[in-house]
Design a protein around this ligand. Structure first.
Ligand code: SF4
Length: 470
C-alpha cells in the first residue's frame, strides 16, 4: 500500500505544471489560463511585435475590458477618448493574435476576476496568470493563480510559461461558525489584520476550516481576492462539492462525461490529511466582527464597535504607521470607527461586485434611503451580474433607495475611469485597497468593509454596524 501523499494542493498543481527546474531554484511553470485586460497588455503585445513573436497558445488567453471602461454609459465610441483608444488597442491586439475578447458588445464583459469564474474559464488544478494583483481571486476554485507584471504578460503570451519560485504554504483554518452580519469580507480583513500586510510574503495561503467550507463559491472568491493584501501572492481553497456544483454547466467548463472525469482529477489534487505545511494558523470564526479599515492599508482594521488604537496600545515599530494613518484619515485614537461620517458609498469591484454581494447589500438598502449628503454607487462586477440583478429587481431596490445603478467595470475601486473621489471625500467601499489616492483623489479617504456594511453606511450617512439594520 502506498503511503499517503504529503503534498498540499499547491505542490500537486505546481508539480503537474512544472516544465523544468532551473539551477537557481526557480521553476519554468506552464500556465493553463492567461487573462488579460486593457491596462497591462498593450506594452506586452508591443514587446512581442518588436521580438517578431506570435502568441504561442491564443486559445489559452482571454481578454476583457474593465479598468478604464466608464460605468455610466458604454455606448461606443466611449465618452472618454483615452478609454476608447485603449479599448481599440485591445481589440486590435486580440484580432491580430486570435484571442477571444469579451467587450461590452459580447454581453460577457466584466471585471477580469469576475468573468473568469462565471464563464467557467477558472477551473480547479489550473495555473492562472493575469497582469493584475488580484489574480489570487481564482484560487477559490483550487487553482494556483498569480498576478504578474507587464514583462511577464509578454512571457506568457510568447511561451505560455513563467519563471517562478515555489512559495511555501501556510494553512489558515477558520474554525467555528460566523455570526449574523459577518461576511467573507470581514473574515479576510480580520485575517490580514491578524497576520499583517506583510505576513504572507513568501507564502501561498491555503484557507480551510469549517467557516471556509461553509462558504459559497462567491464568498470564497472574496477571501482569496485579498490574499495579496496580506502579502501572499496566491491563496486557495481546496475544491469540494460547492466548487463542482458552481462549475457544472458553465460555458467553458468541461461538459457531460468530461465534467465527471474532471471531478475525479479535481478531487485528487486537493490537499489530503497527510499534507505538510510550512506554517499553520487557526482563526476562531465566531470571534470575527463586522470589520472596517480605519487606515491606509488593509491591515489597519478593527471591529465596527471597537475603538481605534492608541499609540500606547501598539508595538513601537507600528507607531509611526499608526500616526501617519490617523493623520491622513483625520480620525482620532480611542474613538470608535462607527459613526465616522461618509461622503460616498461604493458597492462593487472584483472583491465584492458579485450577485450574492448585491443581494446582501439590497437587503439592507430596502430598509431606508441614502442619506442626503451621500453619493452612493452600485457597480455590478460583470454584465452577467447586472442581468441577474435586474432579473431579480435588485436594480430597482437600489434606485428606489437613492443609489446610482451603473454598468459593469472596476469603477471607483481604482478610479482609472470617470468614477473618482473628489478632494478629501471619505468613501465606504467594498473594494480591496485603501491606499492613499487609490480612489482617484490624492487626499480621498477609503474605509473598506463588506457590501452590506457599505449599504448600511449609505443609509445612515456614517459607518454603522449592519447588525442594527438586518
Ligand atoms: S476591481 Fe479593482 S482590484 Fe479588481 S481588477 Fe479592477 S481595479 Fe483591480
Amino acid at each position: 500500500m502506498s503511503s499517503p501523499d504529503p503534498r498540499s494542493l499547491l505542490d500537486k498543481v505546481w508539480d503537474a505544471h512544472s516544465v523544468r527546474e532551473l539551477a537557481n531554484g526557480q521553476t519554468q511553470l506552464l500556465i493553463g489560463l492567461h487573462l488579460i485586460h486593457e491596462v497591462t497588455s498593450p506594452q506586452a503585445f508591443q514587446m512581442l511585435r518588436e521580438m517578431g513573436r506570435k502568441v504561442r497558445f491564443p486559445g489559452r488567453t482571454f481578454a476583457t475590458v474593465d479598468h478604464i471602461i466608464p460605468t455610466d454609459s458604454q455606448v461606443r465610441p466611449l465618452s472618454d477618448s483615452l478609454a476608447e483608444d485603449m479599448l481599440r488597442e485591445l481589440e486590435r491586439n486580440c484580432r491580430e493574435h486570435g484571442i477571444t475578447l469579451f467587450d461590452p458588445a459580447s454581453g460577457k464583459q466584466g471585471i477580469v476576476h469576475v468573468i473568469g469564474p462565471e464563464l467557467g474559464l477558472t477551473l480547479p488544478g489550473m495555473t492562472i496568470a493575469c497582469g493584475d494583483s488580484h489574480t489570487s481571486t481564482h484560487g477559490a476554485f483550487g487553482a494556483i493563480a498569480f498576478g504578474i507584471g507587464t514583462s511577464q504578460v509578454r512571457d506568457v503570451l510568447a511561451t505560455q510559461c513563467l519563471l517562478l519560485a515555489r512559495p511555501k504554504v501556510r494553512r489558515i483554518e477558520v474554525t467555528g461558525k460566523l455570526g449574523g452580519g459577518v461576511y467573507a469580507k470581514d473574515v479576510i480583513l480580520h485575517i490580514i489584520r491578524t497576520l499583517g500586510v506583510k505576513g504572507g510574503i513568501g507564502y501561498a495561503y491555503e484557507y480551510a476550516g469549517p467557516a471556509i467550507e461553509a462558504m459559497s463559491m462567491e464568498e470564497r472568491l472574496t477571501v482569496c481576492n485579498m490574499s495579496i493584501e496580506g502579502g501572499a501572492r496566491a491563496g486557495y481553497v481546496n475544491p469540494d462539492e460547492v466548487t463542482f456544483d458552481y462549475l457544472r454547466g458553465r460555458p467553458y467548463a468541461p461538459q457531460g462525461e468530461a465534467f465527471e472525469r474532471a471531478i475525479a482529477w479535481w478531487r485528487a489534487i486537493a490537499s489530503g490529511p497527510a499534507a505538510r505545511y510550512a506554517d499553520r494558523v487557526e482563526i476562531p470564526g465566531g470571534e470575527i466582527q463586522p470589520t472596517v479599515t480605519w487606515g491606509i492599508n488593509p491591515g489597519q482594521a478593527c471591529g465596527v464597535a471597537e475603538p481605534l488604537p492608541r499609540a500606547s496600545e501598539v508595538p513601537d515599530d507600528e507607531r509611526p504607521g499608526l500616526a501617519e494613518a490617523l493623520a491622513f484619515m483625520r480620525l482620532r485614537p480611542g474613538e470608535p470607527v462607527a459613526g465616522t461620517r461618509i461622503d460616498v458609498a461604493f458597492i462593487g469591484s472584483c472583491t465584492n461586485g458579485r450577485i450574492s454581494d448585491l443581494r446582501e447589500a439590497a437587503r439592507v438598502a430596502q430598509r431606508g434611503h441614502v442619506a442626503p449628503h451621500v453619493r452612493a454607487l452600485v457597480v455590478p462586477g460583470s454584465q452577467e451580474v447586472a442581468r441577474q440583478a435586474e432579473a431579480e429587481g435588485l436594480d430597482a431596490v437600489f434606485r428606489d433607495a437613492g443609489f446610482e445603478w451603473r454598468e459593469a467595470g472596476c469603477s471607483m475601486c481604482l478610479a482609472m475611469n470617470p468614477d473618482k473621489l473628489v478632494g478629501d471625500q471619505i468613501c465606504a467601499s467594498s473594494s480591496n485597497r485603501n491606499f492613499k489616492g487609490r480612489q482617484g483623489s490624492p487626499t480621498g479617504r477609503t474605509l473598506l468593509m463588506s457590501p452590506a456594511m457599505v449599504a448600511a453606511a449609505a443609509l445612515r450617512g456614517a459607518v454603522t454596524d449592519v447588525r442594527e439594520l438586518i
